[in-house]
Design a protein around this ligand. Structure first.
Ligand SMILES: Nc1ncnc2c1ncn2[C@@H]1O[C@H](COP(=O)(O)OP(=O)(O)O)[C@@H](O)[C@H]1O
Ligand SMILES: [Mg+2]
Length: 308
């Protein structure tokens, strides 16, 4: 009998407003998954912000996968933007053990880290970060370890989701801090996934061949994403938590975890080094439990009757 755990081989995308705490939630969730016995791979897919490697406890960041896959199309390479060119990234299904050492590193506590790419290192006029988004959409890591989960830490806002990135994750986590904008983006994400499940298709008016239109549509039709789970972050007290819950419930959203505000977290991001928190260390555990429950429900649910 297989000993695979519910989230084995699944991809979890961390999304939400800029600064809402995606990277913080990524670090705390990676550690919570480790404690549950998973092997954890983090894909840093934020094309702009630095520091995730440091917060995970690594002195140096591994080299970007954009280089491994041959560079961005805008600088003569082969990795294209998924909106201009929806074709799948060749070689993106890869085993962790096959990735050259230069492009992968492991933290002292055992979390694997990969970096999709950073625009800042590409010089002025680098084009857009679509190629980085394509790597985030398509990279599927397998491992000899049966219980590997991939966490994808995404760029701010809604843009990457609109580019189709959300089609490549099994579960989307929307991070909401106490701001209106974060609430609104969580609502947009929930609506996007609802529309995907209702058969919503991508914008294709700009695509020149019918083959590409068909491919773009099939990527949406075959979308892996099952559910958006919402997590509150930077919650200072119970009143703020209740306020956020009251606003979100109007959108039909019930948060599955609450990450508390801890000055040690902001100090840690500022000073560098592994993320430290005494207050919030275990706060991502209910998120892992909710993800496992959703994944178990998916495995045991009888196949839906075909639509008539
Ligand atoms: N739970 C928290 N408690 C205190 N400060 C936090 C918390 N979460 C995030 N922060 C602060 O917010 C900043 C942005 O968080 P980060 O996780 O980098 O967000 P994102 O990845 O969404 O841009 C951090 O540098 C830190 O100062
Ligand atoms: Mg971040």
């Amino acid at each position: 009998m297989s000993s695979a755990k519910p989230l084995s081989n699944q991809r979890i995308g961390i999304l939400g407003k800029g600064g809402s705490g995606k990277s913080t939630v990524t670090v705390l969730t990676a550690r919570a998954l480790l404690r549950q016995g998973y092997s954890v791979c983090v894909l840093d897919a934020d094309s702009t912000n630095f520091g995730l490697h440091d917060a995970l406890g690594l002195k140096r960041a591994p080299a970007p996968l954009l280089e491994y896959f041959g560079g961005a199309v805008f600088s003569g390479g082969s990795v294209s933007c998924p909106v201009d060119d929806p074709t799948r990234l060749p070689g993106a299904q890869i085993s962790l053990e096959a990735i050259p050492d230069r492009y992968v590193d492991q933290t002292p506590d055992g979390i694997w880290l990969l970096i999709a790419g950073k625009l800042g290192s590409l010089g002025p006029g680098a084009g857009c970060d679509g190629p980085i988004a394509k790597i985030a959409r398509d990279l599927t890591i397998r491992s000899e370890s049966e219980n590997l989960v991939t966490l994808v830490d995404l760029k701010a806002g809604f843009e990457d989701s609109a580019r189709g990135l959300i089609t490549g994750v099994d579960w989307a986590v929307a991070v909401v801090d106490p701001t209106k904008s974060a609430v609104r983006i969580a609502e947009d994400l929930s609506n996007l996934v609802y529309e995907l499940h209702e058969g919503g298709m991508p914008a294709t008016e700009h695509l020149e061949s019918q083959d590409l239109v068909d491919l773009a549509n099939s990527i949406y039709r075959e979308s892996r994403v099952r559910l958006v789970l919402t997590v509150l972050n930077r919650v200072p007290d119970e009143d703020t938590e209740q306020l956020l819950r009251d606003v979100l419930i109007d959108y039909g959203i019930e948060p599955v975890a609450v990450i508390h505000e801890d000055p040690a977290i902001s100090a840690s991001w500022f000073k560098g080094g592994a993320l430290r928190t005494s207050v919030a260390e275990k706060d991502a555990e209910p998120l892992v439990a909710a993800l496992e429950a959703a994944a178990t429900a998916r495995m045991t649910r009888p196949a839906a009757a075909p639509a008539v």
